[in-house]
Every structure is written in structure tokens, then in C-alpha cells.
Design a protein around this ligand. Structure first.
Ligand code: NAP
Length: 500
């Protein structure tokens, strides 16, 4: 791809500036290279790549999407050790891709973007970093993740607690849990992975559940030497595995969109529960009171067994307050704890709430999103020219591997850049009316889905109860929607000031 014109000055002027080196940001870099476009930099606030897989290091951290589907389609790993990879193996895969594809030279580590301002006259962004560096890219791609701001609950007396306390995504490995009384708040995807790991090390684990979650077995197992040989010698075999994993994730979405089809899935979850939890009292506590799929389904084989250990207890009476020495529940009981682990998820309501992003005519992202996060196809936002998001509003949250969604978005962005080049444009912006129309359609489609109407409150919904995460269709339909950018949806123009 030809270089777009650059501005003068002392700042670095890459065509594209990518923020974040998780799967999304690195994938963007790889797709740009494939398109012959090497004039880009990637800013990374930390000293290593990996995004969520660098940040989350809690014991037992793994992916609940099969490895063959939770990796780039264009960079298959022939040697995954298991069907569902663990965090260290996924991080290793990401580092290997960076090394193999020579992405290191594009990455500026320990460099956090702290402000983004669009220059209307030059059709360029000014991006400033925490250490005062300035970049003047033509395009910005925000790939800083959808689930990265830990949600710290606001519970009375939390500051009084004298023991150690940390969030699951900021695991404090300096705290030795051996022989300690550990309280875990939350029973979502993260908690069910680490509770079985810390049970047995801790003297006692007190699990505080607010709402029960639906659980299905995880079809995990080590991959055999024969499978590895087949993957290497006959790559189509691995593609078949990928295809099978793809449809395993795709089919439930049809039921999530038409909740009357959820019966079979709910029956399977109820069977899992009765098989694994013989005690009717515990089973009742673990039975959700909302439809399956409303919250993300948990895939685990060892969570229910862990809950039935003598040194683990499940508390459902609701948290009243923290004391100096533990947690008091609404029934008046004090649960003494040395360590509290907050497995309370991530803040997803408005992921740019604290960002300084100023688009056209001085519009801030806070103003644009004052009624809630909204975008077009989860990638572009009216008022913010030359800015793309990965995993933006309403592009995920279904059941398909987020890597599949990301790849569809990468393709879409590269196609948008191609469209700009063909039309000799220096600015691309989604039209406000097109974005509005798209969102009317999207929220209409979501209204009947289990995510909106299944009787629960999940992180898919914002504080007004509007779904800001889910794509209202299958992964395949998102893939179709992002094949070719529709020129009618965009305003394309050329900067008045001639550059370079
Ligand atoms: P989560 O699913 O949002 O679960 C948070 C848990 O904390 C819920 O049980 C919630 O209860 C509870 N909670 C929150 N605030 C509370 C409060 N004030 N008092 C008591 N309980 C409270 O968070 P997560 O487990 O970190 O997972 C978040 C997402 O990350 C997942 O849905 C998934 O997309 C992703 N993830 C993926 C994997 C993977 O394997 N691919 C692994 C981990 C995480 P309620 O249910 O009552 O709200």
C-alpha cells in the first residue's frame, strides 16, 4: 500500500498508530504488513506484549475457547499442548508470533498514550504519551481491550480490612495463600478457574456468590502426539478441528438470539449440575434463576468438585460489609479472612470514560458517548475521523471466539484504508446518520435476545440496561457485514492543507 502523506515537524509521523499489543493490536500490525503497509508504530504501556494474557496471571488462568479457534487463522500453532490452552502457553504463542514476524521494531514499549486530538486542518491525530513524546499519525487504531479495567466493588468498610486484597486480573503473587483463610468475591469465568487451584493450598476458601452462573463441561484434554504429527504434515486436519470449534461456538448463538430454542442447552447444564453436585441444598444455591446464555456460560470441570471440598464453602447470603478481619454477610455472620480476592470482573460501561480523545470540532469521546457507547460495526465512531476501534461497542459478547471477530475487523480496516487510497482521501469518517440507523437496527435485533431479555444483569448491559457489547447475530453474519466497507456509510475527503 502507498504511504499516505505525512505532516512535517519533530513528532514521529507514522501513517498508522496502533495502541496495544494484545491479539488485536498485533493482528492489526500483521494485517498491515500483509497489505504492504509498514509505516506504523505500536504503543504499549507495559514492557511486554500480550494484553489480557500478560495481565491475567491468576492460578489456573486459561481460555474457554478451543486453542485452534483462539489463535490467528493466518498463524496456526501446530503444537498446542491441549484442546484449551493455558495462559502461559497463549502468552508464549503471542510472543512467538511477534518474534517470527519481526514486529518488535514497530513496538514502543513502556509508552502509554495519554491523549489523542484530531487536527481538522491536517487530517492527522496528535497523540501524546505519558513521557511527553508526540506522534502525528494519519490513522489511529485503538486496540487496548474491552475487558481491562478491573471493577472494584464499592462495599461498605472495604478500607477497614487489614488483610491483603487484590483483583483477579492484578494477582499479587507476593501474597502466599498457603495456610491462609481466603475470601473470594465473585463466581464468574475468572473465579471458577482459580478457585480449584487455590483450594487445598489455602486453609479455607470462602466463596461469595451473588448470582449463580450456568456451567457446562469443558471438553479439554491434552492433544496427542499423533494429532501434532497430523497438524504438521496435513495442515488441513487442523483446519478441520478449527471448523468444528467454530461451529461449536456458532450454533448456540442461534439459540441466544431465539431464547425459546435454549431448552436443550439448559437441560445439559442442569444435568451437569445434578451429576456433579449430589447435595440438593448446594444444588439449589448453584441453580441460576435466569435463562442460560444471559450471562456468559462457564466451562469448567473442576469448579463444582472444588466447592464440595471440606475446606471450601459457598456463601450466598449477600455481603453486608467488610470488617477489619473479614466480611460480614447480611445474615449477621462474620467470615474471617486473611486475604480477599476480588473476582468481580471488569468495568465495561464506558471503556473510554477516562481517555482524552478529542475528535472533529473539539468533540470529546465523553460527549459523543454521553448516552452510552455507540459505534458503527464496532469499529468507527461518528465525529472521530481516521480512528478505528477493535472490539468496539456491540461487536463481541456473543459466543464466537473474539479472535474471529478481531480478524473480521482487521480485514475491514485494511479495506477502509484501501478505499481511502483509491479515492485519494486523507480523511474517513462514518456518517452520523448511518451510525444512528445502524444502531436502531442493532438494538432492535438485540431486544429479543437472551442477553437482553433472559432475566439477568451481566456486563453486556450498561447501567441503563442497554446492551453495549453484543453483536446481534452469529460470527458468520458479522464476518459478512465486514467483508467490504460501504462507501455510502462514510464521508471521505482530502485535507485542504497539502501535506508532505
Ligand atoms: P464476571 O464474569 O463479570 O464475573 C464477576 C463476578 O463478580 C460475578 O459473579 C458477579 O456477580 C460478581 N460480583 C461483581 N460485583 C460484585 C459485588 N459488588 N458483590 C458481589 N459479587 C460481585 O468477571 P470475570 O469472571 O472476570 O469474567 C469477565 C469476562 O472476562 C468473562 O465473561 C469473559 O468474557 C472474560 N474471561 C474469559 C476467560 C476465558 O477463559 N476466555 C476467562 C476469564 C474471563 P453477579 O453475577 O451477581 O453480577
Amino acid at each position: 500500500m502507498d504511504s499516505l502523506p505525512a505532516a512535517g515537524g519533530m513528532a514521529e509521523t507514522p501513517d498508522v498508530l496502533i495502541v496495544g499489543t494484545g491479539f488485536a493490536g498485533l493482528g492489526m500490525a500483521l494485517k498491515l504488513l500483509d497489505a504492504g503497509h509498514s509505516d506504523f508504530v505500536i504503543l504499549e504501556k507495559a514492557d511486554d506484549v500480550g494484553g489480557t494474557w500478560r495481565e491475567n496471571t491468576y492460578p489456573g488462568c486459561a481460555c474457554d475457547v478451543a486453542s485452534v479457534m483462539y489463535s490467528y487463522s493466518f498463524a496456526p500453532n501446530r503444537s498446542w499442548s491441549r484442546m484449551y490452552a493455558t495462559q502461559p502457553e497463549i502468552l508464549d504463542y503471542i510472543r512467538t508470533v511477534v518474534k517470527d514476524r519481526g514486529l518488535d521494531s514497530h513496538i514502543r514499549f513502556n509508552t502509554e498514550a495519554v491523549s489523542y486530538e484530531f487536527d481538522d486542518a491536517a487530517d492527522r491525530w496528535t497523540v501524546r504519551t505519558g513521557s511527553g513524546q508526540e506522534y502525528r499519525p494519519r490513522m489511529v487504531v485503538l486496540a487496548h481491550g474491552a475487558l481491562h479495567q478491573p471493577q472494584i466493588p464499592d462495599i461498605a468498610g472495604m478500607d477497614r480490612f487489614k488483610g491483603a486484597m487484590f483483583h483477579s486480573a492484578q494477582w499479587d503473587h507476593s501474597v502466599d495463600l498457603k495456610g491462609k483463610r481466603v475470601a473470594v468475591i465473585g463466581t464468574g469465568s475468572s473465579a471458577v478457574q482459580f478457585i480449584p487451584e487455590i483450594a487445598g493450598t489455602a486453609a479455607h476458601v470462602d466463596v461469595f456468590q451473588r448470582n449463580a452462573h450456568w456451567v457446562l463441561p469443558k471438553a479439554d484434554r491434552p492433544l496427542k502426539a499423533l494429532e501434532h504429527r497430523l497438524f504438521r504434515t496435513l495442515p488441513f486436519v487442523q483446519r478441520l478441528y478449527r471448523l468444528a470449534a467454530y461451529w461449536t461456538h456458532e450454533l448456540p448463538v442461534l439459540a441466544f438470539l431465539n431464547p425459546k430454542l435454549l431448552g436443550a442447552l439448559e437441560l445439559a447444564a442442569k444435568r451437569t449440575l445434578s451429576k456433579q453436585v449430589p447435595d440438593p441444598e448446594l444444588r439449589a444455591k448453584l441453580t441460576p434463576d435466569y435463562q442460560i446464555g444471559c450471562k456468559r456460560i462457564l466451562l469448567t470441570n473442576d469448579y463444582f468438585p472444588a466447592l464440595q471440598r471440606p475446606d471450601v464453602s459457598l456463601t450466598t447470603s449477600g455481603i453486608e460489609e467488610f470488617t477489619e478481619s473479614g466480611i460480614r454477610t447480611k445474615d449477621g455472620e462474620l467470615h474471617e479472612a486473611d486475604v480477599v480476592i476480588l473476582a468481580t470482573g471488569f468495568s465495561t460501561d464506558n471503556r473510554c470514560a477516562d481517555e482524552h480523545i478529542v475528535g472533529r470540532d473539539g468533540l470529546t469521546i465523553q460527549e459523543a458517548w454521553s448516552e452510552g457507547m455507540t459505534a458503527h460495526l464496532g469499529t468507527t465512531v461518528a465525529g472521530f475521523p481516521n480512528l478505528f476501534m477493535l472490539m468496539g461497542p456491540n461487536s463481541g459478547g456473543g459466543a464466537q471466539s473474539i479472535l474471529f471477530v478481531i480478524e473480521a475487523q482487521l480485514h475491514y480496516i485494511v479495506e477502509c484504508l484501501r478505499m481511502m487510497r483509491t479515492r485519494q482521501a486523507t480523511r474517513i469518517e462514518v456518517r452520523a446518520d448511518a451510525q444512528r440507523e445502524f444502531n436502531t437496527w442493532l438494538h432492535g435485533k438485540l431486544a429479543g435476545s437472551v442477553w437482553n431479555s433472559g432475566g439477568c444483569h451481566s456486563w453486556f448491559l450498561d447501567h441503563r440496561g442497554l446492551n453495549r457489547q453484543s453483536w446481534p447475530g452469529t460470527g458468520t453474519s458479522y464476518w459478512r457485514a465486514t467483508r467490504r466497507p460501504d462507501p455510502q456509510v462514510f464521508q471521505l475527503s482530502r485535507a485542504a492543507r497539502t501535506l508532505r
